[in-house]
Design a protein around this ligand. Structure first.
Ligand SMILES: *[C@@H]1O[C@H](CO)[C@@H](O)[C@H](O)[C@H]1NC(C)=O
Ligand SMILES: *[C@@H]1O[C@H](CO)[C@@H](O)[C@H](O)[C@H]1NC(C)=O
Ligand SMILES: *[C@@H]1O[C@H](CO)[C@@H](O)[C@H](O)[C@H]1NC(C)=O
Ligand SMILES: *[C@@H]1O[C@H](CO)[C@@H](O)[C@H](O)[C@H]1NC(C)=O
Ligand SMILES: *[C@@H]1O[C@H](CO)[C@@H](O)[C@H](O)[C@H]1NC(C)=O
Length: 338
């Protein structure tokens, strides 16, 4: 189940970037040449990163629309995408990035020696719709100035070294539909505002952090077909209000937290496909309604559940590892009840 957490929507946008990057290569002859200001900025960026091998093609004697890792708007010659997908680049994100004012896509990924904080100049990139800085050694906070990027649809700052609390203002981003902050060292609680995203919010991934406190009650009002991964934090309390026949949750991972609530009376929405509640203190029985769902993945292991596993649906097709280490769950695929 855990492995399914890469998102369809970000995959689409990633491939979009890939195609975006290609046309500039062979259409550049007929298209507008690279904007001179952007070219100057790119050379500043290259110098600030100590002229890494990855940017060897950034040669001032050639049109910057032909340079590696970039895409230009063919009508204006402005840089609209900058994507480095892996690199042996050491240093900070150059503040000059904020001068590439037509940028729509910015990806800095798998650059282990990229350090320092996210520069505030990024808040000037009004047209940015896709921002991914992940698998780097970036530190400092998730900056609240990111909530100024009103066109942002995807914000992925996962797999870094970010600390501090999550800025509540991110929920005000009107177009944001996918937020990935997993695998950092974030502390504090999940902002209450995250139950009221301004956009049609679908993906919230906050796993592998140090988050504490309960899931905000506002999450009970989420209306979209959403996927939430809050696993491997120190969250606590009752999360049963996330469920209900009228909800539209597709995938929920609450595993490896300190949640404690009675599962017996919970009604699951028909939309639910993946549910991981493992490694918590959840008690009561497995509700009969679980057998009516078309589940692709289920894990309730390592809790304090009791009673007979309901028969039917997909429930007996999962192996015993879905159910083991509970207080007194019994029946197939576990040993029969006494
Ligand atoms: C990374 O770059 C540094 C400095 O240019 C170089 O010394 C080192 O060998 C490179 N490492 C790899 C794995 O290419
Ligand atoms: C931002 O996008 C809008 C709409 O596509 C466009 O009109 C505007 O020129 C862009 N701004 C910059 C600085 O490229
Ligand atoms: C990441 O940066 C921190 C300082 O912020 C440093 O202590 C640590 O060694 C770095 N990790 C890697 C893998 O480079
Ligand atoms: C859980 O809820 C059920 C139904 O409301 C109730 O019968 C049961 O006693 C509860 N279990 C615990 C451990 O509180
Ligand atoms: C459920 O979680 C447990 C504990 O993390 C793990 O051992 C088991 O393989 C998982 N089962 C499934 C079906 O994913």
């Amino acid at each position: 189940m855990k492995k399914s957490s890469s998102t369809i929507s970000t995959a689409i946008l990633s491939s979009l970037l890939f195609f975006l990057a290609l046309p500039s290569l062979y259409l550049a002859a007929r298209a507008e040449p690279c904007n001179a200001e952007d070219q100057k900025t790119l050379l500043e960026i290259k110098a600030a990163l100590n002229n890494p091998d990855e940017l060897a093609s950034w040669n001032p004697n050639t049109d910057c629309c032909r340079w590696h890792a970039l895409a230009c708007d063919q009508n204006t010659g402005r840089i609209i995408a900058l994507g480095i997908f892996h690199g042996n680049i050491s240093g900070h994100i150059p503040p000059a990035v904020g001068s590439l004012s037509s940028l729509q896509v910015l990806v800095l990924r798998k650059i282990p020696d990229l350090r320092g904080e996210i520069p505030s100049t990024i808040s000037k990139l009004n047209n940015l719709s896709f921002l991914r800085i992940s698998y780097t050694n970036l530190s400092g906070p998730v900056p609240s100035f990111l909530s100024q990027l009103k066109n942002l649809g995807v914000l992925d700052l996962s797999h870094n070294n970010l600390k501090g609390s999550i800025p509540p203002s991110l929920s005000q981003l009107p177009r944001l539909f996918s937020l990935h902050l997993e695998y950092n060292k974030l502390t504090g609680s999940i902002p209450d505002s995250f139950g009221r995203f301004a956009g049609t919010f679908t993906d919230l991934f906050l796993s592998h952090n140090l988050l504490t406190g309960p899931v905000p009650k506002s999450f009970g009002n989420l209306e979209f077909r959403f996927r939430i991964d809050l696993s491997r934090n120190m969250l606590e309390g009752d999360a049963s209000f996330l469920f209900g026949k009228d909800k539209s949750i597709m995938s929920l991972d609450l595993s490896r937290n300190l949640f404690a609530f009675n599962l017996s009376k919970i009604e699951f929405p028909d939309s639910l496909v993946n549910l991981d509640l493992s490694h918590n203190n959840i008690f009561g029985r497995l509700p009969e309604g679980l057998a009516e769902l078309n589940l692709g993945g289920l894990n309730v292991s390592y809790n304090s559940l009791c009673g007979q596993i309901p028969r039917g649906g997909k429930l007996q097709s999962f192996g015993y590892l879905t159910y083991f280490n509970n207080r007194c769950l019994c029946g197939a695929p576990l040993p029969a009840c006494n």
